[in-house]
Design a protein around this ligand. Structure first.
Ligand code: AMP
Ligand code: GLY
Length: 433
């Protein structure tokens, strides 16, 4: 197949790499890709958010499939535009991508579909939002409705923090239009888990569970990041629980969207909060009897979850994506291997704040782990850093310990000035025993 992958991060490198593992040889392109994808595909000088650039290339080149990595082009309607010129794309149409693009819309769908989630209300008026705070207790979660580059969620521990977050969004407009509406949401206790479901408009096949590590530093300390590591499977949602997640969360959403005329195809990523015997009971647990609540939906593969999940898939990945994109997905399209995967992100010092770019990276060749590039740039025969998250290093093993050791053996070989990484990836799985 001739396939274009849109995006240029670790997720897109992992998607491109997994497509290159298929038995059938594909002709692969990335827009724009990075120094890692350049070894597997032709990188195009087209930005991931350049909808018309991707459409013009597709019109001329007629790919069999376009796989859209990030949320921004989905929300901007890239898949809708490609459909107009008869090009098949993996990813939801803009109306479906609102599951990620508007937290209010996602709540509306979840409520209509009876999907367990925290209680929430939307406000455009700061005084009214503040007046409603006491009903939520503390901590309380304040969320910008729209896309805010992963920064639009504040978990407020005190009333003062909550009021400041409401003022920042509704009065200070720190997130612009994305924060013109805010949600107050009940704080959910428990352990998070990411479920990526392949959806074809009607049916879904769930990929194995994974867990992200959002905080910058060991022990889940420091600021929130795009994700500092992941592992799969995550024992918080074992494979035997996946049918429950499919029946109570994924399929009800897909059906509710269809009822509204939205045929959702692509990845529906459910960010879950699992409240099992290790956690404190809370409202929705009592109300719905569910120990699993949805924290958020995303309309795309997670990053870095993808770098841990895709290496565990066997079978023909391009066919699975094509089947989802054309409404004929089958359970057999996804084959999951028995091994475990762990992914460690190597980031630039200062990330997620200010960091430097252009540092030479060594230790990439003959690395014992799978090294996916997140923010890199080729300059002559050198690979330089060009982002906050620089590399995503994945180890595979017969068990999680082996996978983690393999990933860190890979990390230890790599160096660049002011590099840092977490040393405790998968700690929750080990703590569970
Ligand atoms: P979101 O962008 O909605 O995934 O939120 C980012 C992060 O904030 C989540 O991954 C959680 O760690 C945290 N979070 C969001 N909503 C809640 C909630 N209702 N209860 C507890 N934590 C939350
Ligand atoms: N790793 C979290 C995300 O992709 O949104």
């Amino acid at each position: 197949m001739k396939i274009l992958v849109v995006g240029g991060g670790g997720r897109e490198h992992a998607i491109t790499w997994r497509l290159a593992q298929d038995a059938a040889k594909h002709e692969l392109f990335c827009a724009p890709g990075n120094a890692g994808t350049a070894a597997l595909a032709t990188n195009l000088k087209i930005g991931a958010e350049d909808v018309m650039g991707v459409v013009a290339w597709s019109l001329a080149e007629k790919p069999d499939l376009v796989v859209v990595g990030p949320e921004a082009p989905l929300v901007k309607g890239l898949v809708d535009e490609l459909a107009k010129i008869g090009v098949t794309a993996f990813g939801p149409v803009a109306a479906g991508a609102r599951m990620e693009g508007s937290k209010r819309f996602a709540k509306e769908i979840m409520d209509a579909a009876g999907v367990p989630t925290g209680k929430a209300e939307t406000f455009t008026d700061a005084a009214k939002a503040k007046a409603a705070l006491p009903t939520y207790g503390l901590p309380v979660v304040i969320k910008a409705d729209g896309l805010a580059a992963g920064k639009g969620v504040i978990v407020a521990e005190t009333r003062e923090q909550a009021e400041a977050a409401i003022d920042d969004m509704l009065v200070g407009n720190v997130f612009g239009a994305a924060g013109a509406e805010v949600l107050l949401e009940e704080f959910l206790h428990g352990e998070e888990c990411s479920i990526l479901a392949l959806v074809d408009g009607e049916n879904a096949v769930l990929l194995p569970s994974s867990q992200d590590h959002k905080r910058a530093f060991d022990g889940d300390k420091g600021p929130n990041t795009g994700g500092m590591g992941a592992y799969s499977p995550a024992p918080v949602v074992t494979a035997d629980k996946l049918p429950l997640v499919k029946e109570t969360i994924i399929l009800p959403v897909v059906r509710e969207l269809k009822k509204r005329g939205i045929i959702y195809r692509g990845i529906l990523y459910a960010g879950l909060m699992v409240n099992d015997e290790n956690s404190i009971p809370h409202g929705p647990l009592a109300k719905s009897g569910s120990t699993i609540n949805v924290v958020e939906f995303n309309a795309r593969f997670g990053d870095p979850e993808t770098e841990a999940v895709l290496p565990r898939l066997g079978g023909d990945f391009a066919t699975a994506l094509l089947h989802a994109a054309t409404g004929c997905l089958k359970d057999e399209d996804i084959v999951v291997k028995d091994d475990c995967a762990a992914t460690v992100i190597i980031a630039s010092g200062g990330y997620p704040g200010v960091y430097m770019k252009g540092k030479e990276i060594t230790g990439l060749a003959d690395n014992p782990a799978l090294v996916f590039h997140c923010g890199t740039k080729q300059e002559g025969d050198k690979v330089l850093t060009s982002g906050g998250r620089v590399l995503s290093v994945t180890g595979l093993g017969a068990n999680l310990r082996e996978a983690v050791d393999k990933a860190y053996a890979g990390v230890d070989k790599i160096a660049f000035e002011k590099a840092f990484h977490r040393t405790d990836i998968a700690h929750r799985a080990f703590e569970r025993g």
